[in-house]
Design a protein around this ligand. Structure first.
Ligand code: BGC
Length: 291
């Protein structure tokens, strides 16, 4: 494992938990058990027998997925920008296993190969955290002396959990582009707008998404992670200070989302993957109420 990995990433005790000791998403595959003290690859664990699993949809080789590592034609450039695919990790220069595929820098997960993730190694996503101040009767709302902020949350189609309206960075795409595209598709249902409406929406979004603050960049404790494939994200905050820009858009769930709403920011939020950690950091950044 590369140095300092478990000191730097997501919250809690910094061990990944959502990709251990459960049934793998969208399958009946039960992960091999990995106790907390055996997550780190440096700790000997001779009994460890991860379940080998790559979903059928990944095996069919859709455009967003790599080839199987046994295919001779597959010769990726690990830890580099490989053609249009960015195979670099934000965490560190990852190591390769004896089969010659990337090894999860955060440790064991109980599953080897790719699960339902397309890429060996890091799978890059981007998450827009769009915020505004909560108002009631035209007045700001305070709790414990701090202003209450709200953020746009979508309900994921795959598991019903509330999450940020993020998505995967397409090959060759800039993260700034992914943030805007995913927000438009999932929170505004831009895929259903007329060309004129889309143009108007993009203009407002362009302006609003122009300046954001990076809240988090790195590994995500995502339930889809495996020993050889994992999620990483760049989460950025875009704050509508006086509620005159994006805060006025009417929200419409689309694409991979079945619901969308402004949620009050507080420590009681239960969100997908590491998203609650990102929201906590956003509250700190805005000086907003958290608890
Ligand atoms: C989601 C992002 C999330 C990432 C890692 C992506 O599929 O769209 O919101 O941060 O996975 O969990």
């Amino acid at each position: 494992m590369c140095a300092a990995v478990n000191r730097t990433a997501h919250g809690g005790n910094n061990l990944h938990v959502k990709c251990r000791n459960d049934t793998y998403p969208r399958s009946n595959i039960v992960r091999a058990n990995v106790p907390d003290d055996k997550v780190d690859w440096k700790i000997s664990f001779p009994e460890y027998k991860p379940v080998v699993y790559t979903s059928d949809s990944v095996k069919k080789k859709p455009v967003w997925a790599d080839d199987d590592c046994t295919e001779k034609s597959f010769s990726p450039k690990w830890n580099e920008v490989d053609g249009k695919v960015d195979r670099r990790s934000f965490v560190c220069k990852y190591e390769l296993t004896e089969e010659g595929v990337p090894r999860n820098p955060k440790g064991r997960t109980g599953i080897k190969e790719r699960g339902c993730l397309g890429r060996w190694g890091p799978n890059h996503a981007a998450d827009p955290i769009v915020t505004r101040w909560k108002m009631e009767g035209g007045k700001p709302v305070f709790k414990n002396g701090k202003r209450v902020a709200q953020f746009i949350s979508i309900q994921r189609k795959d598991n019903g959990e509330w999450a940020l309206p993020g998505g995967m960075v397409d090959p060759g795409e800039e993260v700034s582009e992914t943030l805007r595209r995913e927000f438009g598709e999932e929170a505004l249902n831009s895929l259903k707008l007329s060309p004129d409406e889309t143009q108007k929406m993009l203009e407002t979004l362009d302006e609003f998404f122009h300046s954001g603050t990076v809240i988090y960049k790195g590994y995500v404790d995502d339930p889809r992670n495996t020993d050889n494939s994992w999620m990483e994200t760049v989460a950025m905050n875009f704050h509508d200070e006086n509620g005159s820009g994006v805060a006025k858009f009417s929200l419409n769930a689309g694409s991979d989302a079945v619901g969308v709403q402004w949620l009050d920011i507080s420590k009681d939020l239960k969100l997908y993957a590491s998203h609650a950690d990102f929201i906590k950091k956003t509250a700190e950044h805005l000086g907003a109420y958290w608890e």
